[in-house]
Design a protein around this ligand. Sequence first.
Ligand SMILES: *[C@@H]1O[C@H](CO)[C@@H](O)[C@H](O)[C@H]1NC(C)=O
Ligand SMILES: *[C@@H]1O[C@H](CO)[C@@H](O)[C@H](O)[C@H]1NC(C)=O
Ligand SMILES: *[C@@H]1O[C@H](CO)[C@@H](O)[C@H](O)[C@H]1NC(C)=O
Ligand SMILES: *[C@@H]1O[C@H](CO)[C@@H](O)[C@H](O)[C@H]1NC(C)=O
Ligand SMILES: *[C@@H]1O[C@H](CO)[C@@H](O)[C@H](O)[C@H]1NC(C)=O
Length: 260
Amino acid sequence: MPSLLTILHILQFIILLKLIQIPLYLSSNEGCENLFTCGNITNIGFPFWGANRPKECGYPLLNLTCIKNISYITINDVEYQVLEANPDLQTLRITREDSFQEGLCPPKHVSTTLDTDLFVYGPNYNNLTLFYGCPSSITFPSPSGQFQCHSNGYSDDIVYTWFGPNIGPLAFPCQDNMTVPVSLSLFDISNFAKIQSAIKDGFVVRWIAGIEDCMKCQNSGGFCGYDWISKQTTCYCRDQSCSNFIPVSNTPSGMSKYFC
Ligand SMILES: *[C@@H]1O[C@H](CO)[C@@H](O)[C@H](O)[C@H]1NC(C)=O
Ligand SMILES: *[C@@H]1O[C@H](CO)[C@@H](O)[C@H](O)[C@H]1NC(C)=O
Ligand SMILES: *[C@@H]1O[C@H](CO)[C@@H](O)[C@H](O)[C@H]1NC(C)=O
Ligand SMILES: *[C@@H]1O[C@H](CO)[C@@H](O)[C@H](O)[C@H]1NC(C)=O
Ligand SMILES: *[C@@H]1O[C@H](CO)[C@@H](O)[C@H](O)[C@H]1NC(C)=O
């Protein structure tokens, strides 16, 4: 039988634990002043989180990881390496991780797509579409090209390329296709090495998530974050007195924003 005194001690301990939980929770919000830095990618803040930025500091899908000084982000299930980041212009230059590892003849073809609530494409790129397993009688409209992928598991080794704005409603009777944005400086769309290097050079995306709200928050001295439960941009203030947030706007969507 434990003595009454022991039980009291345990209760006291539990109460103490509850008390120290509160400051721990608040201090995790303050981590949003930390900027993500990894290799030559530096000073990335909101709307991203990851590494030394707690998840409350960014949008759920904007998770950066740092492995051996290389930064990665996953967008619509495709993993990208971040080659360059410019927080002032809100741009990232990203390249598909699979094109590094498997070249142009990967067994699985996943097109690059962006989550358009989070990113827009930068200027000076166009869509390169690669068609796999086409009937040998096929002809493509210009500007098209072709190269070979030996034994890549399709009915035909020839891969057809098409470089231009979206093909639109056209559909070609091929087994598979993959679209990747590449720089407009790609001219020779029949040259395997040039296509590969254009894909490796990646493309620029601009992040658009929560920018306006974040500017208001920063101007009021706060650190931008994201409330994963109410699903909106939020603002963390430097000291506890700022917990009396002031509602600044009632947006047409009915979401009120609070700033320091
Ligand atoms: C963050 O990203 C990495 C790699 O992209 C992934 O392994 C990890 O599960 C992600 N974390 C969360 C919570 O989504
Ligand atoms: C990452 O970069 C830093 C600074 O340039 C360097 O000191 C460190 O050794 C690098 N780490 C790895 C794993 O390459
Ligand atoms: C940063 O590092 C990546 C990978 O090592 C490299 O491809 C890129 O060109 C570098 N960017 C700058 C601005 O040095
Ligand atoms: C490239 O394809 C994407 C996805 O279909 C599309 O949103 C984008 O507008 C296309 N870009 C161009 C330049 O056609
Ligand atoms: C690319 O493949 C998808 C899925 O198989 C198909 O729906 C689409 O029509 C193809 N695109 C073109 C331009 O052939």
